[in-house]
Write a protein that binds this ligand. Sequence first.
Ligand SMILES: *Cc1c(COP(=O)(O)O)cnc(C)c1O
Length: 394
Amino acid sequence: MKKFDPATELNKLEQFGEFGGVNPSITDSATYTFLGADTMVGTFHGETEGCFLYSRHWNPSNKFLSDALAAMEGTESAWVTASGMAAITSTILQLCNSGDHIVSSVTTYGGTYAFLKNYLPKFNIDVTFVIPTDLESIRKAVKPNTKLIYTETISNPLLQISDIPEMSKIAKSVGAKLVVDNTFSPMIVSPYKLGADIVVYSMTKFINGKNDLVAGAICSKQDFINSLIDVNKGTAMLLGPVLDPLRSSGILKNLYTLHIRMKQHSKNAMYIAERFKADGINVIYPGLSEHRGHNLLKTMMNEEFGFGGMIAIDMETKEKANHFMEKMQEKGVGYLAVSLGYFRTLFSNSGSSTSSEVPEDVQKDMGMSPGLVRFSMGLDNDIERTYNIIKECF
Ligand SMILES: *Cc1c(COP(=O)(O)O)cnc(C)c1O
């Protein structure tokens, strides 16, 4: 059997603008007319195919992008949000009621960690944090009231790999849903195909790839997406974090070059990781055979897209890390900035930036060095030249 190929699934879609435009027309309306009053009532109850009611619920531009994302993930449906955090928080709040329990990886994105740790207690939702690579601790942590297990395919910033098929089994054993943030590895891993129930994205990163907007997505079964946008009880419909259709149409066009970009990000990251390794630098990259998750990732990945564009190196102290990064920026390696998935290389010191919501003692427990420098490798054409410049910055 041929493995799932997200890029080809995307290419099978045919979406046209209303006047035959090769790109779908951009929605410029908040509300939609109905020829018959009965159709409006049906649409309100989510019963009319192909009709739009109001842009916070659905609009044509968001539907085109959602359909493309669903094709890429192999899910029945998807819904796009105004940020990655909106996708994550809407999903969690839709699945959990007061008194419920969540098992979450402790090494999630800082905003996700802060939401789980600091925000959910006000709804009396309890969270047990686990090391995502320790399946035994996840088995021990689940309870009868566990509603979801939350993890990232490739974690930030330590690049640990989650065993999605095994986590899916644990979730099923207690009737919980497995929610996977696949922001670091679009196309590389297809979590839904491996047993995840819901896949969430920050499209701000690789999917859009231009660092010109903030957006997110939720990919899942039709009934979950319908529940999210239910006019009476849906979290997404009622909290309203809808993506602007103008932004949607931009992301849709960028989605069609994602497979080429992922291959190039991965190729560059692999080159740099191998050279660093040969130089005796302490480098973390899942493409290296000594990385603890290397073999696991190989069993899960759609191999042609590589091991991803993220690398971390340990500079031991924050001072050394800062000096190194400032020098790299000066010499034009890329930018000292948070975020990832950009065409230029971005680097930051994780402890004091994207993971600063995670308390220092927890960072230590996670094995996160204060001198960790995270790279999101760009699309550089001459990566050997980039490597030579980085070497001058140590
Ligand atoms: C950036 C990021 C988020 C948050 O997404 P926004 O678009 O900034 O709201 C969530 N998860 C991961 C893994 C991220 O990198």
